[in-house]
Design a protein. Sequence first.
Lengths: 309, 460
Amino acid sequence: MAMASTKTDVDKGRRIFWTNSRRESLVGFLFVVPEITGILLFGVFSLFFSLYLSFTEWNLVGGFDAIHWVGLDNYKAILSDAKFLKALKNNLLYSVILVPVSMLLGLILAAVINSRVYLKELFKVVFFIPYIATTVAVATVFSILFHPTQGAINNILMTLGMSEPPGWLGSTNYALWAIIIIAVWQVLGYNMIIYLAGLTNIPDELYEAAEIDGAGTLQKFFKITVPLLGPTTFFLSITGIVSSFKVFDLIAFLTSGGPNNATNVLVYYLYEEGFQNFRMGYASALSMVLFMIIAIISIITSRMQKNEF
Amino acid sequence: MKRFKMLLISFLALALMAGCGSSGGNTVAKDQAAGNTDGNQAASQPKEENKDQVTIKYYTWYNGSQFEDIQKIVTNFEKENPDIHVEPIQLVDNANSTDFYKKLDIMSAADDPIDVIQFSHVDFIIERAARGVLAPIDDYLKNNNIDPTNDFYVNPVYQGKVYGLQDMASPWVVIINKQALDEANLPIPEWGWTWDDFRDYAKRLNKGEGADKQFGAYFHTWGEYVGFPAYSEKPHPYLSQDQQPIFDDESYKQFFELRRAMEKDDKSVKPFSEIVGAKLHYASEFFSGKAAMVPTATFIVGMIKDQEKYPHDFQTVFAPLPRSSESVEIGSSYIGGDYLSVGASSKHKEEAYKFIEYVAMQTDVIRDFPGYKKADAGKVIQSLVGSDAALIEEESLKATVFDSRAKTVYDANWTTDYAGQMKKVIEDGFSAYMLDNLTFEAAQKQMMDDANKIISQARN
């Protein structure tokens, strides 16, 4: 009898602790444990470790003993680093051209494909292929197209009457533009697909109502399509800007940041410092600066977004 | 429903545990597998091997036929030294030495024991010797009565200690298309010719127009091609003895201007912008007949013989690297090469040294000219040229490489652990000079600023 009563007590206590909602949240927690562990280990820990490293000087090869605290020296050095400023300038030019141009072209393409075009599906695929093609393949093809004397692009320019076409990848003035052209071509398809998805969400009634009120095609486009695609535009601009600051593979494969740093960008410079010159502390400081830049741009864009819509 | 949740929870918990457990299990399995392969390797060894046999690991970036040559040398070595087993390891699969160094550095940071390491330039050795990754070999050299300064062309010396042996020497030479040379009625250049003569030759070797034009010469994008006189006539191409950059030196100015004149005035070399933009390769330019004359090192001999990769039907003649002026002593040359070093983390340093000495001295497998000066010249030439006399002009090769006046003025004592970064400085400076059309003074200012920045960073 006594034993039985203790057992029920325990049962009772357990029942009180394991309420339904607790049980449910435990299940929830267990489900997210693997993911959270991954984030903590590879995301949060790395973030704080590189924050710490940015205040140190560390030659990767020397092992952990070689970490020396240097305070703000790395950040001070960055501000007066001509190569960093050049990389930043290149990166800004790259982003400022790439993001709007690829979005505008993507929107136009999406609008055209969405309206009256034969072989819609085919064109969708055609424009999307560059985005899924590996960058190395894309870069190889373009390095042939951009060949200064025998490449298709310059041959076309010459037949069109240009006597001295640009040297593209072998020129300090045009190398970055060549990279931008390739990048636009590459992300165009992605932007187009996202815009297409946005377009299908716009109810036809709005267009019909506008037509009844006598609106023309352009008016419909600018007064209905563009504003209602606001969230899509916002999404694309944020992801576009962030990824444009992370550009690396095209640069690494085509120019290695050259000639004479004409195509050096932030992430490539970071890689050079960290993994070629083994200055991990400085590279970490660079990554922190990059982080700040992306954070600031994202905040500004989201503010603009809120005010406008 | 509750039961279902409990089931789910216990399943998840189990899965977690199983997840951790199985990875642990895998490691054990892997260890066993590793043990097995070791066992297999041991089993494949000759029977006389005993427990005292030590295994040394030899890291290289070579692959293909170059790696097969290494394996031949290793087999010969093991025959002579049954108590040492050498395991050659290809650290990278693309034969790219730059990638090799990256991987090697990460390995040494992880404290993996490294016995023997191959290097492609002295600067790379000094850089790592300064970090304490390599072991000095002076004691072994003394015990074996080897005087490196007299016996080898180039010695990697850091703070008075020797950190490796030059197993192969690659003297820089000028290769010329014999057919083009005969058509232009020019004699084979000899020791003592100058860069002005070179320019003259290039002008006269120019032939044709447009896409099929045969240019007189070709200059590659590497730092060497930006300042040959500094490479062959200065103790260090970038630094003075007190470790200041020497890019304000007259020899750089002279060579920059020569290159611009050859490209813009003579049109005897392919434009630099095209070389960079189209990523041209010196070997394909030469073997396809698009350039009649290319300064390069003797590693080109292997490519001449590789008819599959570089098919061509003309004979190649060799000339020494030109000197900057008549007043420079004849014979001063730039000798690159291949080096072997012993890792500081090696547990068998003596055996590792024995192996690198063997590789440096042996003449059974000839890959390039030996770094060891006392090697048999006739035997070397014979096995290098072999059956390809139709492609390689033997006499000019011999006269170019084995001239008694040939010597290197390079002094490894002058180099530092950051010298490797200087090469990029002159490459960038030259790009700016040619592509941005800067004056030499402006390009020089950029190079001096970049170099001083690297030096000040390295010093604080």
